[in-house]
Structure formats: structure tokens, C-alpha cells
Design a protein around this ligand. Structure first.
Ligand SMILES: [Fe+2]
Length: 257
């Protein structure tokens, strides 16, 4: 009988040990899952993105989502264009539907904008600023301005390098979300500045006024996936993808308008 009790005790002890062992193994499995292969979702086509019916429609991106990589990564471009830009455009259309603004150009809307009209201010700005942003970038663009714009930059900033430093500084120091700008002011001079949120230099009573020729989005959604908090690195990379031919044409057009 004594032997039977010893055998039973040993059996119970082994069962408990096995249970603990299994439990530990289970916990390990739960705590340290097998590495999973995360398949990169295939990129969409920017031409497939359409705004809802309304006065304003999306500008074509003009290049693939991955065309600016590694300076601006494909996923950031896709989310930025197909989600953020689309939303601003749709919300702008909703905000002006049935009003006189529906028949105006975006520049005309800004010229007499009531800054208390937040839906038009924010979404109109979001529409205009991003439309310009896509346009002033391109893969393998010229690395520096030329022609009249190059001359004006040298005249108003001393050199291209000085301009680059000042523009980068404006973009870096813009607190929170906003944009950095190069504009032609009403005296015919090029000036650099920044605006908050989706404001821009065509709106009344903002910190910089004039005709925009270059815009840089410094909202976190424009760079956070690839650069996290390193906004200055994103700004440096932006200079690798500026489409100086387009910026030059915008400057020429601003001179004659
Ligand atoms: Fe943006």
C-alpha cells in the first residue's frame, strides 16, 4: 500500500511538472511568435484616384508613387496623394457646393477668402498647396534653377546655396504642421517664408504674401513613415527631387501676371 501511495505521488508530481513545462512552452510561443513575413501591399496607380463630382478635381500626379524614392518613399506618396489630397479636394467641393465660390478659380476664392470660413480655408488650402507640391517635384530633375529664376535667386539671396539654407531653415522652423514657400512678392522680389496648417501666401493676412513658385509640405504625414522626427533630413531629400523647370516656369508666369 505504501508503494502504491509512493507511485501515485510520483505520478501526480510528474503530471504537475509536465503541466508547468507545457504552460511555459505555451507562454513562450505566445510571447515570441514565429517571425511573420509581411508582404508589402502592391502600390496603386495614381491615375485611378478620382475625386467625387464637384468643381475641383485632382491634378494628375505625373509620375508613379515610387518615382521619387528613396527621397520620398512610395507608401508615403500613395497615402499622401490618394488619401490626404483626395480628402481635401472632396471636402473643398462639399464646402463650396451651392455657393458662388463654385464658379471661381481657387486663386479667386483665396483673393476674397473669409478666413473664418474654416472648411474653405483648410480644404481649399489643402487642395491648392498639394496640387502645387506634386507639380514642383519630379524624379531626376535639374539640380538647380536656371534662366531668369537663377538670376533672381542670386540677386535676392546672394547665391543658390544661401537660398537653399534660408528655405531649409524656414521649413525646419515652421512649428507644427505647415508649408515652406518661395514667393514673388508685390515688389518683384523673391521671398521665403512659411505658413501654418493649410494656409498659403495667396490668402489674406498670412505671414507671407505673394505668388507662390515653390512649396514644401512639412506636415508629418509628408515624411513620418520614412524620416520619423527627422524633418531636416526630409528637407534635404526634397532638394533632390525639385522640378526646377516647373519652378522656373512658375516664376516666369508670376512675373507677367
Ligand atoms: Fe500634405
Amino acid at each position: 500500500m505504501k508503494n502504491v501511495r509512493i507511485l501515485l505521488s510520483a505520478f501526480v508530481l510528474m503530471s504537475v511538472m509536465q503541466s508547468c513545462k507545457d504552460k511555459n512552452n505555451l507562454e513562450e510561443v505566445v510571447a515570441v511568435p514565429e517571425p511573420q513575413k509581411i508582404e508589402a501591399a502592391p502600390l496603386g496607380n495614381p491615375d485611378d484616384v478620382k475625386a467625387d463630382e464637384g468643381a475641383f478635381q485632382l491634378a494628375k500626379l505625373g509620375y508613379a508613387y515610387d518615382a521619387l524614392a528613396p527621397n520620398i518613399d512610395a507608401k508615403t506618396m500613395e497615402i499622401h496623394y490618394s488619401k490626404h489630397y483626395l480628402k481635401y479636394t472632396n471636402e473643398l467641393n462639399k464646402a463650396i457646393k451651392g455657393t458662388d465660390l463654385e464658379k471661381k478659380t481657387i486663386e479667386e476664392i483665396f483673393a476674397t477668402l473669409d478666413m473664418e470660413n474654416k472648411p474653405v480655408r483648410n480644404n481649399g488650402g489643402g487642395y491648392y498647396n498639394h496640387t502645387m507640391f506634386w507639380e514642383v517635384m519630379a524624379p531626376n530633375g535639374a539640380t538647380a534653377p536656371k534662366g531668369a529664376l537663377a538670376e533672381a535667386i542670386n540677386k535676392d539671396f546672394g547665391s543658390f546655396e544661401n537660398f537653399k539654407t534660408q528655405f531649409s531653415e524656414a521649413a525646419t522652423k515652421q512649428f507644427g504642421s505647415g508649408w515652406a514657400w518661395l514667393v514673388l512678392d508685390k515688389t518683384g522680389k523673391l521671398v521665403i517664408g512659411s505658413t501654418s496648417n493649410q494656409d498659403n501666401p495667396l490668402m489674406p493676412n498670412v505671414s507671407i504674401s505673394g505668388k507662390p513658385v515653390l512649396a514644401l509640405d512639412v506636415w508629418e504625414h509628408a515624411y513620418y513613415l520614412n524620416y520619423q522626427n527627422k524633418r531636416p533630413d526630409y528637407i534635404t531629400a526634397f532638394f533632390n527631387v525639385i522640378n526646377w523647370d516647373v519652378v522656373g516656369k512658375k516664376y516666369d508666369a508670376a512675373l507677367v501676371k
